[in-house]
Ligand binder design. Structure first.
Ligand code: ATP
Ligand code: PAF
Ligand code: BAL
Length: 288
């Protein structure tokens, strides 16, 4: 059993969390939520810092959500560091950790899911067809359990952020959704819990994700508007690394996530690449 922190409060049942949230709201105070799967890094801590601007109490949820993992994915080996996470979250200013187990959130005979019709048909949703159903479902549950006024999500998972924004609009959740910028290592690699899977050699090769995005940004700046040329160049950069396998590279409309052929307005380049067995994602606005 992990040690329970003295200052930060750790709650592991939905009922206790709802009661606590009601108490905060009755005092006229605001709650902001940072949903995570744990193994916290500076990216997560930047979300907590942002959340502090929007609430009197910041709840960090730590839950490795089985519903968003497909068969053969890394659910079983997903990295965990609960005690360290509690300390980091507390130092960053969070006051509650909500860390239920899977029986608490998906009890016997569980059968209710939230599904979006369009946004999951693009990007990560193509190779992970049940992923966003799992994300939308767990985030709905976290909203109903932690009762936040605001919730903060990272732009690293850009499609996820758009899925949540759409879901909040469609289902009339009275919750402000905040997208926080991608935090990167000094050399440009987007921070991610899964980076821990990389061997030192793969870690070096993984730099090609952010390098290809920067190159795309520069190409657009220098006047290239043909998305296929930009994608070709990114493919060239990435496939020069022997342990990489491209899942997708797309230039798309940031709102609909539909492919863009000629870049004339806002465009985001998003990619997913396997480095060894580790699937990494990254993205960058290449035209504002
Ligand atoms: N580098 C980052 N910068 C900003 N936000 C991030 C970063 N990495 C993750 N986040 C955000 O943290 C929240 C929780 O994500 P999660 O716990 O899955 O971390 P992760 O590092 O993305 O893990 P994984 O490696 O499994 O994708 C999400 O909103 C995600 O977008
Ligand atoms: C939002 C989230 C915590 C839901 O499980 C997860 O998808 C993540 O960590 O980005
Ligand atoms: N941050 C995304 C979690 C996942 O890949 O399941």
């Amino acid at each position: 059993m992990p040690k329970r922190g003295a200052v930060i409060k750790i709650i592991d049942t939905a009922g206790q969390m709802q009661k606590y949230a009601d108490g905060v709201r009755e005092k006229g105070k605001k709650i902001s939520l940072v949903p995570t799967m744990g193994f916290l890094h500076q990216g997560h801590l930047s979300l907590i810092k942002e959340a502090l601007k929007h609430g009197d109490e910041v709840v960090v949820s730590i839950f490795v959500n089985p519903a968003q993992f497909g068969p053969g994915e890394d659910l079983e080996k997903y990295p965990r560091s609960f005690e360290r996470d509690c300390k980091l979250a507390e130092d960053a200013g969070a006051s509650i950790i909500f860390s239920p187990d899977k029986e608490e959130l998906y009890g016997k005979n569980y059968q209710t899911y939230v599904n979006l019709e369009k946004l999951p048909m693009h990007l990560c949703g193509i190779s992970r067809p049940t992923h966003f159903r799992g994300v939308a479902t767990i985030v709905t549950k976290l909203f109903l359990i932690t009762k936040p006024h605001a919730a903060v999500f990272g732009q690293k998972d850009f499609q996820q952020l758009q899925v949540i924004r759409q879901m909040v609009k469609d289902l009339n959740f009275d919750i402000k959704i905040i997208g926080a910028p991608i935090v990167r290592e000094d050399d440009g690699l987007a921070m991610s819990s899964r980076n821990t899977y990389l061997t030192p050699g793969q870690r070096k090769q993984a730099l090609c994700l952010s390098q290809s995005l920067k190159q795309a940004f520069e190409m657009v700046k220098s006047g290239v508007i043909d998305a296929s040329r930009i994608i070709e160049q990114a493919e060239k950069i990435i496939s020069a690394h022997p342990e990489t396998k491209i899942d997708y590279i797309a230039v798309c409309d940031p709102d609909t996530l539909s492919d863009i052929k000629i870049i004339q307005g806002p465009a985001i380049m998003a990619l997913a690449v396997k480095v060894g067995n580790t699937r990494l994602i990254d993205n960058m606005m290449i035209n504002q």
